[in-house]
Design a binder for this molecule. Structure first.
Ligand SMILES: [Zn+2]
Length: 506
């Protein structure tokens, strides 16, 4: 009896409890930061990344389970836990059959840019909500801010009720936002812009590259250098200080997406010294941010989550023996093949209305006008692209909606990414390591190098260590919901990663 009682007591004591509610959640995405940058480059880190890797719960097998693995889709997943089939964010861009036009994941003609001229952007195309929204629903007056170099990377994780999302405009050389959030930029953003934050990088060098002296050329070059992460971190510091994040009694959320790895990686590839240098700078700027937060509210009052929005393929081989498979095909190759086949069969016409990477949208209106059965048109188009070298799979809209598909992991990811109203007529999968392009490298495939990313959660009550069990990035949102004691976001399909919660100690 005594033994039984003891066992019960031990079991109760070991029951995992969600960590105490933090004052601040800092959620970080490193755009195109592959998982192996945490292992291959580990010896290079001594700052913020080192802190996360040594003190956080590090998931060694965290993946995205959708296709395509691109920026908007990854960023729409991180704090919603949703799949694109439900969130509606099916790509960076898609063809909107109602507007009869190509749209981006965040384009919104009902808004204006603030801080530059032009049409603004908003999270209106995101059909689900995010952790920040749930934090707001839970009461009090939590503040939610989201910052990135890219509009989609700031807007989609911020959710619908964010107090502000900010991104860099390379024409204005300044951080901008949209009238969706407020009628004018907050004073602290205007003050930051008045310092001309990108101009200070003029003439700076990194890995043998020298930044231009001024203007648009400089701003674009900053975007594609590690200095971009330095600049974004500086704005995040301003947000933290000016908005008194974590200092007002409610739990606040600061989301930051660092884009430099993506721009650098597309050009130089994951194995280049440029990529390594970008990681080293990122390690330093994260350290700077953590030190400021520590000094102000104490890092033990903060939960930090870090992941990436997708990985990247190695740069394809050019020649020589004993090389890895892979290569490039012309970006317009698939759409040209489809256009030629449909013209041959049905006559002249603008048959392809949009090619968003490997997702092709066909002219359904033209087919209807000419009395062509859309399903037959898609089957004809699929035959044409299937004949191209290195096209491994072609899924038509009909295949996916009727579930007439090979049942495997690749298909599951394509299905997870397919939204009936926004999905393409044809979705192509190339052989592993093959890509559309003329130089550099890219991502978007359902394969490991594009879907395997770091997932690290660090905070009081979270057990540090390496966790090898497979998890999905969709698990982050429900895990944060558990830590924050708020409802799980609407589209979430993940689970609470309760294995990281330290056993309750009494
Ligand atoms: Zn990206």
């Amino acid at each position: 009896m005594r033994r039984l009682l003891l066992c019960l007591l031990v079991a109760v004591a070991l029951l995992a409890a969600a960590p105490k509610k933090p004052k601040l959640v800092v959620a970080i995405v490193l755009d195109q930061y592959r998982y192996d940058y945490t292992t291959r480059q580990r010896a290079d880190y001594s700052g913020g990344l080192e802190r996360l890797l040594s003190r956080g719960a590090v998931f060694a097998d965290a993946r995205y389970i959708h296709y395509p693995t691109v920026t908007a889709v990854g960023h729409s997943t991180v704090l919603s836990g949703a799949l694109p089939a439900v969130s509606g964010i099916v790509g960076n861009e898609w063809f909107d059959p109602e507007a009869k036009a190509s749209v981006t994941s965040v384009s919104d003609p009902a808004t204006q840019l603030l801080g530059a001229s032009g049409t603004g952007a908003s999270p209106r195309r995101l059909l689900v909500d995010d952790i920040g929204d749930e934090l707001k629903f839970a009461g009090g007056s939590p503040r939610v801010f989201s910052i990135s170099l890219k509009d989609r990377a700031a807007i989609l994780p911020g959710g619908h009720l964010a107090d502000g999302a900010f991104w860099f405009d390379a024409t204005a050389g300044a951080f901008v936002s949209s009238t969706y959030y407020f009628p004018e930029l907050p004073a602290w953003v205007r003050e930051f812009n008045a310092t001309r934050p990108a101009d200070g990088y003029a003439g700076k060098t990194w890995v043998g590259h020298t930044l231009p002296k001024e203007g648009r050329a400089l701003y674009s070059a900053v975007d594609a250098s590690p200095f971009a992460n330095d600049m974004v971190e500086r704005l995040a510091e301003q947000a933290f200080v000016a908005e008194k994040l974590g200092q007002r009694g409610d739990t606040d959320l600061l989301f930051i997406s660092f884009s430099a790895h993506d721009y650098v990686g597309h050009t130089y590839g994951p194995l280049a010294p440029e990529e390594r240098e970008t990681s080293i700078v990122t390690d330093k700027v994260l350290d700077r941010l953590f030190q400021l937060i520590d000094k102000t509210i104490g890092m033990d009052n903060v939960v930090v989550a870090l992941t990436a929005d997708h990985g990247v393929a190695p740069v394809p081989p050019t020649s020589g023996d004993k090389v890895m498979p892979g290569g490039r095909i012309a970006p317009d190759g698939p759409s040209k093949a489809v256009a030629a086949a449909l013209t041959l069969k049905y006559g002249e016409g603008a048959w392809v209305v949009k090619a968003s990477d490997l997702q092709l949208y066909l002219n359904r209106d033209l087919a209807a006008q000419r009395g062509i059965n859309a399903e037959e048109m898609r089957a004809e188009a699929a035959r044409a692209v299937k004949a191209l070298p290195h096209v491994a799979r072609v899924y038509t809209r009909d295949d996916l909606l009727k579930n007439q598909v090979i049942q495997d992991e690749v298909t599951r990811r394509v299905m997870n990414g397919y939204n009936e109203r926004r999905g393409a007529d044809l979705s192509l999968i190339l052989d592993p390591y093959w890509m559309l392009g003329t130089s550099g490298t890219t991502h978007g495939s359902p394969f490991s190098y594009d879907n395997h990313v770091p997932l690290i959660i660090m905070g009081t009550g979270i057990r540090p260590g390496i966790y090898f069990e497979p998890v999905v990035i969709n698990d982050l949102a429900p895990t944060l919901a558990a830590i924050l004691s708020v409802e799980t976001p609407s589209g979430s399909v993940g689970r609470v990663l309760s294995e990281i919660f330290a056993p309750e100690t009494k």
